[in-house]
Design a protein around this ligand. Structure first.
Ligand code: G6P
Length: 370
């Protein structure tokens, strides 16, 4: 096992550090930047199905569901196809409106999650075209779908999903851009600049790992005794906030909630005092001015702000108690980059609390029963 961990203390840390490579592997052979092409057999063969779909429904559980939420933003923005994202466990029991004009995408790292599998079977019975985004090759979900794309992130052993999540976001980005280009919603110049940005993500993650590894350890030390955490983000980074909170609660057993930053005033703001740490994801290209006022509201109530901002940020950084800088990218890819320091932060808080990071209590890597 020590050898498999490749010198890292835990699989989770190893998998966090693998992300420049795993994202690169997800894009390999698919993103041909110089030719200006996205080549994905699963999508390529069924472009008209997607183009003419009444709607796309994404079904998933856990971290994969968070990836699905970002997929909704991506596909609606670039392909202009309506998208709904559902928990598989809800979808399967509520007689959803699905016909043969629907496309249903299941996202699952393991490809074995019982609820996702049952939801897919239901969608298939209703005549939908079903598409899988799985990491494990030849898994049950990969086998029952009509078509799909593997994430190719490599085996993920840590129960808390890290590299599979960023690989799912990469696949969803490729799908959205491919469909957008095909549908004519995404002009050539914008398409070319987005694919160049996407191609640069592994390098940016390398940089993030270098610049935030020690920093997140230092921040983590100050929050070992925390009992609650809030994670806030807007737009594409609202699901990133949900995922940041999930990582923390899964492995450190600290209660954490993710919220869209503007919803703070409808509830969570009542919880804010000097004991409440609040992680704010605030890249420059994501409703930045609105986030600035959210941070002002938090500081007026003495909350402790840990801000994830772009390099060179001034406004949010001036108010924050802790600043984590990440390189700039297009708004739609910012959750991929922003998620990495949040994974590290959750990891180190859990490690310093003495938790079993790779196998947290009560959780399973793959939930194959209901
Ligand atoms: C379990 C795992 C999570 C995962 C979820 C969905 O809860 O602990 O990490 O996100 O299942 O799993 P899947 O394999 O379908 O992505």
């Amino acid at each position: 096992e020590q050898i498999e961990k490749g010198g890292y203390e835990h699989f989770m840390l190893k998998e966090i550090f693998e992300q420049p490579k795993s994202i690169h592997d997800t894009m390999r052979g698919r993103l041909l930047v110089e030719e200006g092409i996205i080549k994905m057999a699963g999508i390529w063969d069924h472009l008209e199905k997607f183009k003419n779909a009444n709607k796309i429904t994404i079904i998933a559980c856990g971290t994969s569901w968070h990836a699905g939420l970002i997929g909704e933003y991506l596909i609606e923005e670039y392909a202009r196809i309506p998208v709904e994202v559902e928990y598989a466990s809800e979808f399967r029991y509520r007689n959803p409106i699905i016909t043969d004009k629907d496309v249903v995408i299941a996202i699952s790292q393991s490809g074995e999650t019982a609820d996702t599998m049952a939801a897919l079977k239901l969608a298939k019975e209703k005549g939908a075209f079903i598409y899988g985004i799985c990491n494990v090759v030849d898994s049950s979900i990969a086998r029952i779908t009509d078509a799909g794309s593997y994430t190719h992130a490599g085996p993920e052993i840590g129960v808390a999903s890290t590299k599979a999540f960023t690989a799912q976001l990469t696949i969803l980005s490729l799908i959205a851009l491919k469909l957008g280009k095909h549908n004519g919603n995404l002009g050539n110049a914008e398409f070319m600049s987005l694919i160049a940005e996407l191609n640069a993500i592994p390098k940016k993650i390398e940089e993030v790992l270098e610049t935030t590894h020690e920093l997140t350890q230092n921040i983590a030390k100050d929050f070992i005794g925390a009992t609650n955490f809030l994670y806030l983000g807007r737009g594409y980074n609202y699901p990133a906030a949900l995922e940041g909170a999930l990582k923390l609660k899964e492995i450190s057993y600290i209660h954490a909630e993710g919220y869209p930053a503007a919803e703070m005033k409808h509830g969570p703001i009542a919880l804010i005092d000097e004991n409440m740490p609040i992680v704010i994801i605030a890249p420059k290209k994501g409703h930045y001015d609105k986030i600035v006022s959210n941070v002002q509201e938090i500081k007026a109530r003495k909350g402790k702000v840990i801000a994830v901002v772009n390099k060179g940020d001034t406004q949010v950084s001036a108010m924050a108690d802790y600043v984590i800088e990440i390189p700039e990218t297009s708004e739609c890819f910012s959750p991929i980059v922003a998620s990495v320091p949040l994974q590290l932060l959750a990891y180190y808080i859990a490690v310093y609390r003495g938790a079993n990071v790779d196998q947290p209590r009560n959780l399973a890597k793959s939930v194959t029963v209901e």
